[in-house]
Design a protein around this ligand. Structure first.
Ligand code: MCA
Ligand code: AMP
Length: 516
C-alpha cells in the first residue's frame, strides 16, 4: 500500500538523496568513460532532468514501469536516474535476453515504456506493443536513438517527484527456482536505506574514485556501485565492458573497485597487477558469488590489499559485509562478514527453530532493505516470509562466535556463473522441448574462471540420437548465452531416488570435477 504524504513531509525519492550527495562544484567530473567522454555533475543533473521531463510528458499512469534492455552506457544510467526522478519504476533487463525471455518479462511487468537498442527495435517493439506497451524508444551505447532525440527537446529543469519510502523504485527479476522469474519490488526506502548504510560502513570519503566495470542491470553494478559513488559525490571511471588490462591501467587513478569473483580471477591472471598499480587504492569489494579462498589469499599476496567480501540479493540489497574498519574486526576470507547495521540475520533449521553458533541452517533476514514482495505474486511472496516477517534467502550458512556469517550452500536450485544466476529448472524446460530429448538435469560444476558453470545431463527419446554440440548451439539461439550449459552429456538414464526424483547430488558427485 502506498504511503500518503503531506507536502510538508521530506521527499523520500531516492534521487533526491543521491542529488544531495553531488559536490558543490557541479562543473567537476562525475563520470569519465573508456572512450574519452567526460560528464560533469551538471551534465548528470541536466540530462536526468531532460529525460525525466520526457517521461513526464508521456502522461503515464502512476507506478508505470520503464523497461530498459540496452547495452551499458552513461546514458542508460541517466535514464535510471530520470526514472527515479520522475517517480516511475525502473525495470532493467540483461541485453543478452532473447525473444522468449523478453516476452515473459514484458508480458509479466506490462511496462508502459520499453527502451531497447536500435538493432533490436524490430523484434522488441513487436513484443512490447503486443503486450500493451505505449512507447518504445531506442538507445545505443554511442548516444544514438530516439530516446535522446526526444529528450533533447525537453527542459533541463525538473522538480523531483514526491515519493514515500514505500513507493516502488525498481523491479528486478530473479529466482525462477520453480516456474518463471519473479519480479522483486524494491522501494525508494529499500534502496536508500541500504545505500546510506554502505556509505558509512565502507568509509566512503572525499576524493574517492570508483572504477565501474560491472553491468548495470543488477543490484551490484546498478545499486551498490552507482548509489555509492553518487551519494558520496565521487567520480566514476566508467568501463563499458570489463577488461582486466584496462582496469589495471585505470587503477592508479582510482580508490575503490567492486567486482564479482570472476573479475578478481581475471585480474590476477594479468602480470600488470602489481603493488605499484594499486598504490592509490583504498578498497577492493567482492560479492554476488562465493569468493574462493585462493583468490582472496592470492590477491593479498600480490597486491597487499585484503578484499572485502559482502553478501546480498536482488530482494534485499546488501545484507552482510566484512568490516572496513579494522577496529571492528579483520576481513576474513571464506566469510561474508557481519550483518550490516539495521539488518537482522538469523539461521534456522527446517522446522523453524533457531540454531546455535556454528550450526548450519537456512539464512533469514529482516530490515529496511528487504523488498516489498514479488510483482503480482502474493502467494509466492507469502511463501518466502516467515510468520514473524523474516525473508527466507534460500542460502544456507552459519554464524560463528564472533558474529561472522559463512555461506556454505543454497537450498534453492541455482547456479551462479560469473556472477549471473542461472536457474536449472528454466534451462531444463528449454532442453526438454528440443526434438529427441526425453528429459534433462542441469547442474552446476566448478569452473576456474566463472566459479561455477552449467552442465546438462540428458536422455534421448526411443530411436533418437542427440549431438551434444548441436544441443548447445540450439540453446544459444534461444537463450541468453550465460544460461547455456558449457557441456552436455547424453546418458541412458538419470539417477532417481525411491520417490522418482532426479538425484542431482549424485550427478554433481559424478561430474563435479568437470569430467564426463
Ligand atoms: C559470459 N559468458 C558467460 C558469462 N559471461 N557464461 C557463463 N557465465 C557468465 N557469467 C559466456 C559468453 O557469452 C561467451 O559465450 C563465453 O561465456 C565467454 O565469454 P567472455 O568473453 O569470457 O565473457 P565476458 O563478456 O568477458 O563476461 C564475463 C563477465 C560477465 C565479465 C564475468 O559475465 C560479467 O560481467 N559478470 C558480472 C555479473 C554481475 O554483475 N552480477 C551481479 C549480480 P560464447 O563463447 O558462447 O560466446 S547482482 C547479485 O548477484 C547480488 C545481488 C549481489 O550480491 O551483488
Ligand atoms: P541474485 O538473485 O542475483 O540477487 O543473487 C543472490 C544470491 O547470490 C544470494 O542469494 C547468494 O546465493 C549469492 N551471493 C551473493 N553474494 C554472495 C557471496 N559473497 N558469497 C556467496 N554467495 C553470494
Amino acid at each position: 500500500m502506498q504511503k500518503r504524504l503531506t507536502p510538508s513531509s521530506a521527499n523520500g525519492n531516492l534521487f533526491a538523496a543521491l542529488r544531495a550527495g553531488f559536490p558543490n562544484d557541479l562543473d567537476s567530473v562525475a563520470v569519465e568513460t573508456d572512450n574519452g567522454l567526460s560528464y560533469s555533475w551538471r551534465d548528470v543533473e541536466r540530462a536526468s532532468a531532460m529525460l525525466a521531463n520526457l517521461l513526464d510528458s508521456l502522461q503515464l499512469p502512476a507506478g508505470a514501469r520503464i523497461a530498459v534492455q540496452v547495452e551499458k552506457s552513461v546514458e542508460a544510467m541517466l535514464l535510471y536516474l530520470a526514472t527515479l526522478r520522475a517517480g516511475f519504476v525502473f525495470l532493467p533487463l540483461n541485453p543478452a535476453y532473447q525473444q522468449a525471455e523478453l516476452e515473459y518479462f514484458i508480458g509479466n511487468a506490462e511496462p508502459a515504456v520499453v527502451v531497447c537498442t536500435g538493432r533490436n527495435f524490430g523484434w522488441v517493439s513487436k513484443i512490447a506493443f503486443k503486450a500493451g506497451t505505449q512507447y518504445v524508444f531506442t538507445l545505443g551505447e554511442d548516444r544514438s536513438g530516439s530516446l535522446l532525440e526526444r529528450a533533447a527537446h525537453c527542459s533541463d529543469q525538473h522538480q523531483v517527484a514526491f515519493k514515500g519510502a514505500d513507493d516502488l523504485a525498481a523491479i528486478l527479476y530473479t529466482s525462477g527456482t520453480t516456474g518463471r522469474s519473479k519480479g522483486a519490488m524494491l522501494s525508494h526506502g529499500n534502496l536508500l536505506s541500504n545505500a546510506l548504510v554502505l556509505k558509512d560502513y565502507w568509509g566512503w570519503r572525499a576524493g574517492d574514485v570508483l572504477i565501474h566495470a560491472l553491468p548495470i542491470f543488477h543490484v551490484h553494478g546498478l545499486f551498490v556501485a552507482i548509489h555509492g559513488a553518487l551519494l558520496n559525490g565521487s567520480r566514476m571511471i566508467w568501463l563499458g565492458k570489463f577488461d582486466p588490462r584496462l582496469v589495471i591501467e585505470k587503477l592508479p587513478q582510482a580508490t575503490v573497485f567492486m567486482g564479482v569473483p570472476t573479475l578478481y580471477v581475471r585480474l590476477l591472471a594479468e602480470p600488470g597487477l602489481t603493488r605499484e598499480a594499486v598504490r592509490n587504492m583504498r578498497l577492493f569489494i567482492a560479492g554476488s558469488a562465493p569468493l574462493l579462498i585462493e583468490t582472496f589469499t592470492d590477491w593479498q599476496m600480490r597486491t597487499g590489499h585484503t578484499i572485502l567480501e559482502r553478501y546480498g540479493m536482488s530482494e534485499t540489497g546488501m545484507l552482510t559485509s566484512n568490516p572496513y574498519d579494522p577496529g571492528q574486526g579483520a576481513r576474513r576470507g571464506g566469510t561474508v562478514g557481519f550483518p550490516l547495521p539495521g539488518v537482522s540475520l538469523r539461521v534456522q533449521d527446517d522446522a523453524g527453530a533457531a540454531l546455535a553458533t556454528d550450526e548450519i541452517g537456512g539464512i533469514q533476514v529482516k530490515g529496511p532493505n528487504v523488498f516489498k514482495g514479488y510483482w503480482r505474486m502474493p502467494e509466492k511472496t507469502a511463501e518466502e516470509f516467515t510468520a514473524d516477517g523474516y525473508f527466507q534467502t534460500g542460502d544456507v550458512g552459519k554464524i560463528d562466535a564472533l558474529g561472522y556469517v559463512t555461506i556454505v550452500g543454497r537450498s534453492k536450485d541455482l547456479i551462479i556463473s560469473g556472477g549471473y544466476n542461472v536457474y536449472p529448472a528454466e534451462v531444463e524446460g528449454y532442453i526438454n522441448e528440443l526434438p529427441g530429448v526425453a528429459e534433462s538435469a542441469v547442474i552446476g560444476v566448478p569452473h576456474s574462471d566463472f566459479g561455477e558453470v552449467g552442465l546438462a545431463v540428458l536422455t534421448t527419446k526411443p530411436g533418437a540420437t542427440l549431438d551434444p554440440l548441436q544441443i548447445i548451439s540450439r540453446l544459444k539461439s534461444i537463450l541468453a548465452n550465460f544460461k547455456v550449459p558449457k557441456q552436455c552429456i547424453v546418458v541412458d538414464a538419470l539417477p532417481r531416488n525411491s520417490m522418482g526424483k532426479v538425484q542431482k547430488n549424485v550427478l554433481r558427485e559424478r561430474y563435479g570435477a568437470g569430467k564426463p
